[in-house]
Design a binder for this molecule. Structure first.
Ligand code: NDP
Length: 444
């Protein structure tokens, strides 16, 4: 048995109750087999993979807060600082009832390679809590965020670990967390990204993940002789990533026909009305059921079902494991040409393999959604320089980064004889830089 299989077994043995983490490790390591086999002796001697799959540290803590009725509520907080070989830990904070250690570890592990792919000096980490900001008042969210930071502040810092948004953590939550950190530490530093524009945030950060997803998708299509213009696009989710993916897709001349939330999904054959969508999700924080009121020709369906809608390009932008083998079969049967992951690990391993085997161009999340963290790193640079760049400057840097990422993953896929397998290309490109930095820095 090779080194890769040994490590997959080791992770399963040491972390038996962490299915998402095991899935992420398996997905990455299997696709690194060629490069690991080529360097097996050296990597084994250095214990490289054993060190790579073990977080530098994981912090789990109590988050007590008081709700509007005066009752004490208790949530669990997490921060997993996975690997800082190439820069300070960097990764979002997820606030969702489903959050547990396995999910935070899978996200932190993926983040190592994603951050490496951006070409910027940032390590991998992730955090979160099982707190659900939906249906909470601003005061309750503030109460939670303050308590969360009362513990987390010890472990983060502008040169140590720089958290950002993720599911459930938007501008409001980042503002509350930054305010509390500043109060406790008495320093004004770029410890969070995704901050408001009046206090160190970067223009273009809100749009970055969705826009970046479309820049990379456009490049992947172009490379394969296709044009995004006039293509039909299906999107899941209706949060930050989904909304700005839809905005850019429409700007590039494609038609977006679906969005979803955790209760149901919209099919709008005339193309999703972005202004209506933004009003529902960004202004009123309401449910998608409202959409039909403004767009009578659209359909609302309860539950899942977006992947049954015929499309040229599918963009999963909600959450992990939301595109199964059955969904992949439906996409292929309906003539889908490309899938690009806006969310983290939205496609199961079996579905990914099926799509690639059937000639669908597949851009994995660690490459396709890296625009968010890349722009976060640009926010860190602006904070260090005490400067603010224009939207156009940030957006053009983002586009350049996404085009570079695509070229990097395409050339690494070809280098290992896996032309057009961008999963292999992304994992190898992300891994080699981190592996070389780890080996240069001794044993830690
Ligand atoms: P948001 O919280 O803004 O939106 C998430 C969307 O997905 C919502 O529409 C939500 O519906 C839906 N959703 C969440 N959980 C589930 C679920 N279990 N089942 C069905 N639908 C669900 O998050 P983001 O848009 O920021 O993040 C979406 C994905 O993109 C995540 O995987 C995240 O890790 C990834 N990502 C985000 C980046 C960013 O910059 N924001 C950067 C890179 C990756 P509802 O409102 O009903 O819960």
């Amino acid at each position: 048995m090779g080194y890769v299989d040994d490590i997959i077994k080791l992770v399963a043995k040491k972390n038996p109750a962490e299915p998402e983490f095991n899935q992420a490790v398996r997905e990455v390591l299997v696709s690194l087999r060629a490069v690991v086999d080529d360097n097996e002796e050296k990597y084994r001697r250095e214990g490289l993979l054993e060190r790579l799959v073990e977080p530098d540290r994981q912090i789990k803590f109590k988050v007590p807060w008081v709700d509007d009725k005066g009752n004490v509520q208790v949530n669990t907080g997490y921060r997993v600082q996975f690997n800082n070989a190439i820069g300070p830990y960097k990764g979002g904070i997820r606030l969702h009832p489903s959050v547990n250690l396995s999910i935070i570890k899978f996200l932190g592990f993926e983040q190592i390679f994603k951050n490496s792919l951006t070409g910027l000096p940032i390590g991998g980490g992730k955090g979160g809590s099982d707190f659900d900001p939906k249906s909470k008042s601003d005061r309750e969210v503030l109460s939670f965020c303050r308590s969360f930071i009362t513990e987390l502040y010890r472990y983060i810092g502008a040169d140590v670990d720089v958290p950002a948004g993720d599911i459930g953590t938007g501008g409001r939550e980042i503002g509350y967390m930054f305010g509390e950190y500043k109060k406790i530490k008495g320093t004004y530093e770029g410890v969070f990204t995704g901050k408001g524009l009046t206090y160190g945030g970067s223009l273009g950060r809100t749009e970055a993940t969705g826009f970046g997803l479309l820049y990379l998708t456009e490049e992947m299509l172009k490379y394969n002789g296709l044009d995004i213009k006039d293509k039909t696009v299906t999107i899941t989710g209706s949060g930050n990533v989904a909304i700005y993916a839809a905005v850019k897709a429409e700007e590039l001349g494609a038609k977006v026909v679906t969005v979803s939330d955790s209760n149901g999904w919209i099919y709008d054959p005339e193309g999703i009305d972005i202004a209506v969508l933004k009003g529902i999700k960004e202004v009123r924080r309401a449910r998608l059921t409202e959409y039909k009121k403004y767009r009578p020709n659209s359909e609302y369906h309860e539950g899942r079902g977006v992947w049954s809608v015929p499309c040229d390009i599918a963009l999963p932008c909600a959450t992990q494991n939301e595109l199964s083998l059955e969904d992949a079969k439906a996409l292929v049967a309906n003539g889908c040409k490309a899938v690009a992951e806006g969310a983290n690990m939205p496609t199961t391993l079996e579905a990914t393999e099926y799509l690639i085997e059937n000639g669908v161009l597949f851009a994995p999340g660690k490459a396709a959604n890296a625009g968010g963290v890349a722009t976060s790193a640009l926010e860190m640079t602006q904070n260090s320089e005490r400067l603010s760049w224009t939207f156009e400057e940030v957006d053009s840097k983002l586009k350049e980064i996404m085009v570079n990422i695509f070229n990097n993953i395409a050339s690494n896929a070809s280098r290992y004889g896996a032309t057009n397998n961008y999963v292999i290309g992304a994992n190898i490109a992300g891994f080699e830089k981190v592996a070389n930095a780890m080996m240069a820095q001794g044993i830690w």
